[in-house]
Structure formats: structure tokens, C-alpha cells
Design a protein around this ligand. Sequence first.
Ligand code: M6R
Length: 563
Amino acid sequence: MCGIFGITLEKRKPVGKLLTDALKHLEYRGYDSVGIAVTDGKKSFLRKGVGFVSDVALEKRFEELDGIAGIGHTRWATHGEVKEENAHPHQGCRDVLFVVHNGILENYLELRDFLIKRNHVFRSETDSEVIVHLVEEFGANEEGLKKVLSLLEGTYAFVVLTKDGTLLCARKGSPLVVGKFEEGVVVASDPIPILPYTKKILRLGEGEYCIAKGRKLLYRGSQQPKTVSWSERSAELGSFNHFMEKEIEEQPLVLKNLLAWLRDDSPDRILHGRIHLIGAGTSYHAALYGEYLLRKAGYDARAFIASEYTYWKGEDPDIVIAVSQSGETTDVLEALKDYEGEIIAITNNPLSSLASLSERVFLLNAGPELGVAATKTYTAQLTVLYYLTTGRIPENLPSLVYESLIRNKEAVKGVVEVLKDRSSVYYLGRGLNVVTAKEGALKIKEIAYIHAEAYPAGESKHGPIALVENGFPVVFVMPKDETYKDSLSNLEEMLARGAKGIVVGNEPPEQPVMFLSIPYTKDPRLNPIISVLPLQLLAYKLSVARGYNPDRPRNLAKSVTVK
Ligand code: M6R
């Protein structure tokens, strides 16, 4: 959840500015508060506050700090409310040691009691603060660090900064990656802020640590650096207003690149036996899509919400297909904890925990996705699942997706006007279109804060229809596939009760509805990849029209690394 960045340098540099730039790239991981600590080797400085990176950095003058090392943090609160004292970095009793942490320490109360008895004074309510006091207690060196690690229970990725410019870094459960460049060492919770420094990035293994100072890196672990193919420019906003807008528009290109990667692959005989698919949020919707396709192709497949998996799964399957764009979602990793069979990962992050524990990894190659609402990684996930099931490369898919995008950029504006002041909306579809309805509804909830419920259209008459009165908006996902006729009947039922019908389809029905047009495909299995575009655009434009920032939805973070 939280974003961590640290840097050590051979020579003095504008570290405050480097940290601010890096934190802007990490803001999608959490944005309730932000802070940095910088040292010039003799004096250290701590600055932090509640709010977005750019605002706090300006107010607290982050960029005026020069030095030889520093750490920074963007927070998504777990322990302790959102206030300045709880923002990271936390300092020890004196201003010589600072820590930034991501994760949850389960035994922090116990450790806190122990430290208070040893006369340590705590300033925050967070679990994280115990780390810096423990380092203070046992020594800011390799031996001290090892002792501290032996005492911590729970999950962590942390970086401790000492006054002489050393970084003590460790991880368990939460990710931490490291890169060396000509002038120093950088460490972060994900590769994106490291890309301007190097593309050769090492992911610390579970329970491992490293120590950096200047250009030196002490690492005794088992991992090798990997080259990340993302360009550093792909994390820039360019001429777009929001990352979500940029990522929606990138989809035709992302899919074109993905198909090129897949063309070099061979899916033959990967799938066999009983298959479970797991995922959370949008990635669960992708898992549902996979279930549908696999079952139709004759496989014994079932999709599960990752956090529910252990309760519902029954006997272990032969294969788990784990879908997660970040590859770090705790619910997904927990679901796989005791599983001993084969894992196929579908992820956008080659350095992720999920990638490292899977036999087979399908990379989405979508470039960094910084909008909290998943868009391009979703259509890429569906494309991989289509390919895995059918073995086919749908050559015309990028152009169909492009067409869907172009047709709807302006067209959704009318629907935005209708939904703008509504508090509730239904999303209905049948068969594979239920998946799209669910994804469309999730997008609206996440970024436009409108209550949206998705139902199989036929099921709507068994209860949900009771809420429908004059003007109640109902979005129907109904391309011309096997579900079309039955969906039309459900549309009639809704209209007869005064609903405002909004149809996503291949041709406008005769009924008086608003219509969002998507191109026709002969292979209906591709429909969810095409029909989600207008729904993504609708959610995005609705969010903006209602005065929100779609990239920073309240209470959410891009990668959810807590239970
Ligand atoms: O990184 P993951 O794909 O595992 O993330 C899963 C969900 O947290 C994620 O899809 C979430 O629902 C998004 N904000 C959806 O837009």
C-alpha cells in the first residue's frame, strides 16, 4: 500500500528534489500523508505532513534540502489516524535515525512496551515507529539489523536512514526493490521510481536485507537483478489530465504489444485437470472471464474472490491461475500460501511476489499503471486469458478496441449528464456480459462515488427491480450475441417501470434508450474486451464531472497489501 523510496549518493545532491520526484511516482500507492528525511552526513532533516505530495512538498519546502542520502514515504493509513505525527518517516529518540515502513507489525504493542521500559519515547500511534527504536536499541549496523529482524512479526518493507547516510533495508511480506547506478543506490517499494536511475532492478527475497552507503551495496541474499523493459517515460502524464485517461487511451497499443509477446509464446498443454482462478476487484472480474471461457472450452474451471478462496475452494485443484496486475495483493498471496500445486500468474509486475512463486508467468507488458482504477491491465488480463484458453492470437482486437474508444469518447458525455446527479445505478448483462457489468459498476463506485450494482439481467426481476422508479438509470451490456434477445426482454421490463435505459451494444434497439456503440466481433468471447471501454470512459468522465480526482479515489490504494 504505502510507497517507499530511499537514495544514497557518493556526492552531495538536491536529495529533497529527488525524493519529491520519486514520491510523485509512488503516490498511487497511498496518498493520505507524505514525508521525507534527508541527511548531509552531519545534520538530518525531517519534513512531513498530511495531503498530496505536491502540496506538502511545497508547503514544507522539501526541495530546499541537499544531502548525501534520504528516504521518503507516501502513506495509506493502517495503524493510527491520518495526522502529521503518524506520517512517515518516524524518528528515534534523537534525530539521527529515521524509518519508512510498509506493512503491518503484528507484535508492535509488545515491542513498544519493551522499548518504553528501556526509556524510548514514542511520538506516533503507528506500528512502524518501533522499528526505528529497535535499531536505536540494537545498533544501526548489520548485526543490529539482524537482531531487529529476529524480533519483528508481521509484514514489512522498511528503510532506516542513519545520520551518516547509510540505508538499512529489509523486507518480509511487502515488496522492496533495489538498483545501483553510477552515483549511488536507490531502493523503493516498486520499480517505477527506480527507472530514471537504472532498469536493472533486484527484488529482495523474502526475509532478506541489504545495506547501502554512497555507491556501495551490501547484499548477501539469493536474488539476481532483472532488467525491467518499461520506459521511464511511461510513468509520465504527458498531455493527459489524469493517468486513468492516459491508460484508457493506451489500450489499443498495449494490446498490440501484448499480442506481439504472446505470438512468441506457446500455450500448448499448459492447462490440464481442475483449474481454479483467483483475483481481487477488477482482477477477480478477469478471473470470472477466464472461468467462463475455460468452462465453455470443456475445462473444469472455477473463479474465486481471492480473500474468500480458503473458505470456498474445497480440495486443491491441479492449477491455480492467479490474476493480479500488481502481483502483490495480500489476499492473492495469502490464498496461495498453503497451496502446493502449479501456479500460473497473470501479472504486470515481473518483480512481484506472485511472479516469484509461480511456475509460469504471463506478463501483461502494459507498462506502469498509475491510475488506482485498473483499466489497461484489465483488458490485457482478459486478452491473456483468451489466448490461454483458445491458443489464438486475436489479430483484429487492437483495432476493435480502438474503434470502441473512438466511438465513445464524445458519446459518453450525454450519459454523464444523466448520471451526474444520481445516487444509484444498475449494470445488467447476461452470460459473459455480466463480467463487463460488474467491472463497469466497480469503476463507477471507485472513482465517481455513485452506488452501482451489477446483476445478471435475468436475476434483476427477482428483487433489484423493486428499486426501479421513474428515471432510475439502468445500463445494459448487450452486444449481439446469444444473450441479446433475452436481454431485450429485461430491458423492456425495466423501461416499463420508468427506468432510464442506457445500452452498450452493436446496434441501437428500437426502445427509447441512450446508446453507446461498440464494434461487432464474430467471436463473442472478445466482447468483454471491447465493451468495457465505454464503461471505463463513462466512469472517468463522470468522476471528473462530479469534481473528483479519478487518480486518487478516497480510501483506496493501487496495491492492497493488507488483509
Ligand atoms: O493488483 P491487483 O490486480 O491484485 O489488484 C486487485 C484489486 O485491488 C484492484 O483490481 C482494484 O479493485 C482496482 N482498484 C480496480 O480498479
